[in-house]
Design a protein around this ligand. Structure first.
Ligand code: MRU
Length: 356
């Protein structure tokens, strides 16, 4: 049995919960090479923006831990090759690039290690230990950020509310607690009695396979709906707030998240329901001016008509279009919840302030 978290580090080994097998099976896989971690990220064994970043940081360390090199120059060359390779796994979630950059910054602190007089063998050992410590720091900081977002997010919710969520921005997508599911867990502890509606989130079903799984496990009242039922439940008056995660938020507050998120935000506006996007600072990318510059991952069309079915669910040769994310325009976002507080429009100013 897992504890519902996406990865663990045990006896010097990096283990990732294979989320493709959920909810049927809880199996951990060991990560030892750069190909192992690339495949785990690309094929969504580990997924969700913060968890991708954390896994990439540990994965980078795991891929280099047994590497024998002659000197710092050779080690940093191999480091760079591995980093660049991992950066090709998925393009949208900025956490991947953010975490790998942090690891590189840590490595660069040791650029002058040759002048310290200790042997390269000992220096390499020290550098590897420091890289592992940095990955661990990234994980712990994410856990703290999620808890803080949960505290802030809870200020926007009231007991008994109906809450609609999309994809999975829960514990499985982060170090712990989740981003937009964190206030739901905190509310559960306080007996708030939320009624959560989880979109199934086609085509990869993160809502039904993962969100329903982790919320049920925690004893939260969760009702699964198909994505195209969101308007109906809103019209029924069952939804008081929509909460989602975010994979990359641009400087103007446009937020890329799982495909289907923008439709929910537009619907929420029509029904006068607040739409809250949760984005830790590791997901906010001030170097990207607006959503237009965010690269959207395109995935294999077979995910739409083949992956979950015994038989193909489209005639042979049918054309497909399978973008994994869409961008919600900032005008539809009522507030952005971060670990440093709640940001309201205008986002350009509010988001920038978070980093000052
Ligand atoms: O393709 P995925 O499963 O990695 O997409 C995940 C999402 O879109 C999440 O909502 C997002 O990463 C926020 S995670 C806290």
């Amino acid at each position: 049995m897992s504890d519902g978290l996406p990865l663990k580090f045990e006896e010097g080994k990096l283990l990732i919960l294979d989320q493709r097998l959920l909810p049927g099976e809880e199996r951990f896989i060991e990560i030892n090479t750069k190909e192992d971690i690339w495949d785990a990220i690309k094929n969504l064994k580990v997924r969700g923006a913060p968890a991708i970043g954390i896994a990439a940081a540990y994965g980078l360390w795991a891929a280099l831990k047994d590497l024998k090199t002659r000197d710092y120059k050779e080690f940093s060359l191999k480091f760079r090759e591995t980093k660049e390779y991992l950066e090709t796994s998925r393009p949208t979630a900025v956490n991947l690039f953010w975490a790998l950059d942090r690891m590189e910054k840590k490595l660069k602190e040791y650029e002058d290690i040759k002048d310290t007089g200790i042997s390269w063998e000992d220096s390499a050992k020290k550098i590897k230990e420091e890289l592992l410590r940095e990955a661990e720091k990234i994980r712990i900081e994410d856990e703290e950020a999620c808890y803080a977002m949960g505290r802030y997010g809870l200020e926007l919710l009231h007991p008994g509310m109906g809450i609609l969520t999309h994809c999975n921005a829960g514990a499985l997508a982060t170090a712990k607690y989740g981003t937009c599911l964190a206030p739901i867990y905190l509310g559960k502890e306080k007996g708030y009695g939320f009624k959560v509606f989880a979109d199934e989130t086609r085509p990869l079903l993160q809502g039904s396979r993962l969100t329903a799984w982790e919320l049920k496990k925690a004893g939260v009242d969760v009702t699964l709906i198909c994505d195209n039922m969101a308007s109906a439940v809103m019209k029924n008056g069952w939804i008081d707030a929509v909460v989602t995660g975010c994979d990359r938020m641009a400087a103007n507050g446009d937020g890329a998240n799982k495909i289907g998120t923008s439709a929910l935000a537009i619907l929420a506006k029509e029904y006068n329901i607040p739409f809250y996007m949760y984005a830790p600072l590791s997901t906010i990318d001030l170097d990207t001016p607006s959503g237009e510059q965010i690269k959207i991952e395109l995935r294999d069309g077979e995910e739409i008509y083949k992956m979950w079915y015994e038989k193909d669910m489209a005639p042979e040769g049918t054309k497909t279009y399978n973008p994994s994310f869409d961008v919600t325009d900032h005008k539809y976002i009522s507030a952005v919840i971060t670990e440093k507080g709640i940001v309201r429009p205008p986002y350009m100013e509010g988001l920038k302030k978070l980093f000052e």
